[in-house]
Design a binder for this molecule. Structure first.
Ligand code: NCD
Ligand code: ZN
Length: 343
């Protein structure tokens, strides 16, 4: 296949940051996607509808002239979030979900939740009002091996959560394991998952290829090949429970190439090309449009986009570095060739 025409996709999990960083990365996402679910892990996090409204205005102000891109906002769940905030979120037209971070799990998650069960009154309100819950599905218990944290989260927290709140719509974000795929497949239709390009294309060997490779480090961390294979199978299966969420998470080069490097892969520049490569490797390019453009809006109960985009089979080189505050930004697979290109 030499060209691929798709309904314009959306990104259902994205980090846009703020200020000069926002300005640097937003045009990449706005070029590829019509909408994106914007993660709330700013410093301080986006905890109220008022915070979300102000952040949304900053995003709109940073858009390139003429862009129709629509940010879909989320609130950051804390142990102090009140049911009234959920009611206000639902009443706003722009807050589409609430994001749970386990305290200390990842970038800017210090104010996250130490014990998910403490938020039951919030989940009750979200279930009643039908506001989706987005989960960073990892335990942070230092006794649990980092490669097992998703599986343990599912067993310890997620299975009890969905049996307690059977009508709550839940997205298990950036799934990384065969265990998560199995769980989502066996769960009711209220449970879905996003999958990143890096988890479809790479296994954990990429972290250590010839030396330590910080630009492949994200959370949840890359897993074994058998898990990557299960994710690729799920993404290309046509099952509407799985949809596109890049988790593109920019950090300045200096913060990644460090004795204690930050987690996050930057893929907003070339996300669709990366996904196309993954789907092509499974001989499933015909399943890309459902995954990228239909399953997400259907789950969120938003209209599908009507515009189209085209990808051409053309080889180009991913830049070594992109402009970004402090020390520049290395995109995923910087300096390497890629065989699809968005027109
Ligand atoms: C994200 C970030 O940098 O904000 N990093 C990442 O590795 N995915 C946070 C997150 O989603 O865990
Ligand atoms: Zn994320």
């Amino acid at each position: 296949m030499q060209t691929l025409t798709l309904t314009r996709p959306d990104d259902w999990h994205l980090h846009l940051r703020d200020g000069a960083a926002l300005k640097a990365v937003l045009p990449h996402t706005a070029r590829q996607f019509a909408r994106a679910v914007v993660m709330p892990n700013l410093k301080p996090p986006v905890r109220s509808v008022a915070d979300a409204a102000a952040y949304r205005e900053r995003i709109l102000a940073a858009l390139p002239a003429g862009s129709q891109f629509e940010p879909l906002m989320t609130l950051y769940l804390t142990e102090n979030t009140r049911p009234e905030e959920i009611v206000a979120a639902k009443a706003s037209s722009f807050v589409k979900a609430v994001k749970y971070y386990p305290a200390g799990a990842t970038t800017n998650s210090d104010l996250g939740v130490a014990d998910l069960r403490r938020c039951d009154p919030i989940f009750e309100t979200m279930e009643r009002l039908d506001l989706p819950l987005l989960l960073h599905g990892e335990v942070t218990d230092g006794c649990v091996d980092i490669f097992d944290r998703e599986k343990v989260f599912i067993e310890k927290y997620l299975i009890p959560l969905i049996s307690k709140f059977p009508r709550l719509r839940v997205v298990l974000e950036h799934v990384t394991t065969a265990d998560a795929v199995q769980f989502v497949l066996s769960a009711p239709a209220t449970v879905a998952a996003t999958i990143t390009p890096q988890h479809l294309l790479f296994n954990r060997n990429a972290l250590f290829q010839g030396g330590l490779r910080p630009h492949f480090y994200c959370l949840p961390v890359l897993k074994r090949e058998e898990h990557r294979a299960a994710l690729l199978q799920a993404a290309t299966s046509g099952n509407p429970k799985f949809f596109l969420g890049t988790d593109s998470a920019p950090h300045p080069r200096g913060s990644k190439e460090s004795a204690c490097g930050c987690a996050g892969c930057y893929s907003a520049l070339h996300a669709l090309e990366l996904y196309a490569e993954a789907f092509e490797s499974a001989d499933a390019l015909d399943k890309l449009e459902g995954f990228a453009s239909f399953h997400g809006p259907d789950f969120y109960r938003l209209p599908r986009n009507t515009e189209q985009i085209t990808l051409n089979k053309t080889t180009w080189r991913i830049p070594e570095e992109l402009p970004f505050p402090e020390s520049g930004l290395a995109p995923l697979r910087a300096g390497e060739e890629i065989t699809w290109q968005m027109a």
